[in-house]
Design a protein around this ligand. Structure first.
Ligand SMILES: [Zn+2]
Ligand SMILES: [Zn+2]
Ligand SMILES: [Zn+2]
Length: 287
């Protein structure tokens, strides 16, 4: 979709609440979220060739207000409400993405360490759309919503220098206003990575540690040793089952019997004793 195909699909209702055109009704008053001028609802009810999608239009010509600007503004407001809700209700928001430098698929629990969410927070050199702050008031990450303007180079440099993780959400159509959560869970760019072989790992001070635990083997006969990677970063603590070669070696030398198949990243832990007696036990048998 070309930028000039974007329509106004959100408005403020009489209570100042952002409303999507799908939920708008003829006869109610609506206002532009950005310039606050009056909107008229264009909803013909007809569909098919030649009829435009339902949208709002300014009642009077407003030269400095654009649909892209409103898309940006409304998405930002809706995303802030969503993040506030998740934070207040303590719901985990898992954000996943593929690292642009190393292709590693990452996921983090976005709000684990977040104490406050600020709109247009003043960082001196720039004001990111949304800033996520920890309890000491330090900015952990910023969310930039991009419709037509990518963040400036000096802002990107500032984020890197201050180890602030950039999360970028690119928007192309106004339909993405109906997918705020999906866009947050799968952003376009995240400058952060938990793969120790990646540059971003060093830059953002991620720490990894093998954590050992004991478990009963799948035949429920023996105690065996298992492990996982404890990852600590600005996003808090998380568990990872993706080991790099050095970590597999280290775990093995500490008595963990594990194999990682070439095409699978998640290892299998094998009971040393059952393996020796393989064939004598029916695997579906329960004890
Ligand atoms: Zn306007
Ligand atoms: Zn990476
Ligand atoms: Zn066993």
């Amino acid at each position: 979709m070309k930028p000039n195909d974007i329509l106004y699909t959100t408005a403020l209702d009489q209570n100042g609440k952002i409303i999507h055109v799908n939920n708008a009704e003829k006869g109610s008053k609506y206002y532009c979220p950005l310039c606050k001028n009056e909107f008229i609802l264009r909803k013909s009810g007809k569909s098919g060739k030649g009829s435009r999608r339902p949208h709002f239009a300014h009642n009077e010509l407003t030269p400095n207000c654009t649909p892209e600007g409103v898309l940006h503004y409304s998405f930002k407001k809706m995303l802030i409400s969503l993040l506030e809700k998740y934070k207040n209700e303590n719901i985990s928001l898992i954000m996943s993405w593929k690292c642009s430098s190393c292709e590693h698929t990452n996921s983090v629990i976005l709000l684990q360490r977040v104490a406050s969410i600020k709109e247009e927070f003043n960082l001196g050199v720039c004001r990111p759309d949304i800033a996520l702050l920890d309890e000491t008031g330090k900015v952990i990450a910023v969310i930039e919503i991009v419709v037509s303007h990518s963040p400036e180079e000096y802002a990107l440099d500032y984020y890197k220098e201050n180890k602030i993780v950039l999360i970028q959400i690119n928007l192309e159509t106004e339909d993405e206003l109906l997918m705020v959560e999906e866009k947050m869970c799968k952003p376009s760019i995240v400058e952060f990575c938990i793969n120790p072989n990646c540059n971003a790992y060093v830059l953002y001070e991620v720490r990894r540690k093998i954590i050992y635990e004991t478990a009963v083997c799948s035949n429920r006969l023996h105690i065996m040793k298992k492990c996982f990677i404890g990852v600590e970063s600005v996003f808090g603590r998380q568990k990872s089952m993706e080991f790099i070669d050095d970590e597999i070696e280290e775990a093995k030398s500490n008595g963990v019997n594990m194999i990682v198949n070439k095409n699978a990243t998640i290892p299998k832990f094998i009971c040393i004793q059952c393996q020796r007696y393989r064939g004598q036990f029916n695997h579906s048998r329960r004890f």
